[in-house]
Design a protein around this ligand. Structure first.
Ligand code: 5GP
Ligand code: ZN
Length: 154
């Protein structure tokens, strides 16, 4: 993916401040941090977003597992390094605010008493009725069951 900015970072063609390099996942500081210590965790494999992660090959599943464990470990490490907590943020799709088309997780260290983390407008998706809520849940349940069946998960 020669036009992908994160592939270029992974290849060393664009500089980055790296904080972790694993066989399948790399973490570097966000160039425009939401807070000091804001890290981006990216797979070495070019996957556009969460919906694009292939799960039929064991190598991809292992790479994705390493990515998720890297996110977990970096949140833990932020607390070990003196922060009090961390937000983990992932944007899949432009509608969700994704601006770079190479899967990445944001790990944003937080301090007690610091600025309130971005609140994605709690309550903005309030349902008109219990019936509407149940219809949304049913739609999601059906799609989730289809994905699990298709991917033979559990
Ligand atoms: P998104 O909105 O896609 O979830 O987040 C993309 C993130 O990538 C943004 O937080 C942005 O600051 C960061 N970013 C974009 N270009 C670069 C770059 O060249 N280097 C680094 N380190 N971060 C970048
Ligand atoms: Zn890429």
């Amino acid at each position: 993916m020669n036009d992908c900015i994160f592939c270029k970072i992974l290849a060393g063609e664009i500089p980055s401040v790296r904080v972790h390099e694993g066989p399948n996942a790399v973490a570097f500081l966000d160039v425009n941090p939401m807070a000091k210590g804001h890290v981006l965790v990216v797979p070495r494999r070019h996957w556009a977003d969460l919906a694009s992660v292939p799960v039929s090959e064991a190598g991809d599943v292992a790479a994705f597992s390493e990515l998720m464990h890297t996110v977990r470990a970096i949140a833990k490490a932020a607390i070990r390094a003196g922060w009090d907590g961390a937000n983990v943020l992932q944007c899949t799709g432009e509608s969700a605010g994704q601006t770079v088309g190479h899967l990445h997780f944001h790990v944003i260290p937080r301090r007690a008493g610091g600025p309130v983390p971005p609140a994605f407008e709690s309550g903005a998706g309030r349902y008109e009725s219990d019936a509407e809520r149940d219809a949304v849940a049913a739609k999601l349940r059906e799609a989730i069951a289809a994905v699990f069946a298709e991917e033979q998960l559990y």
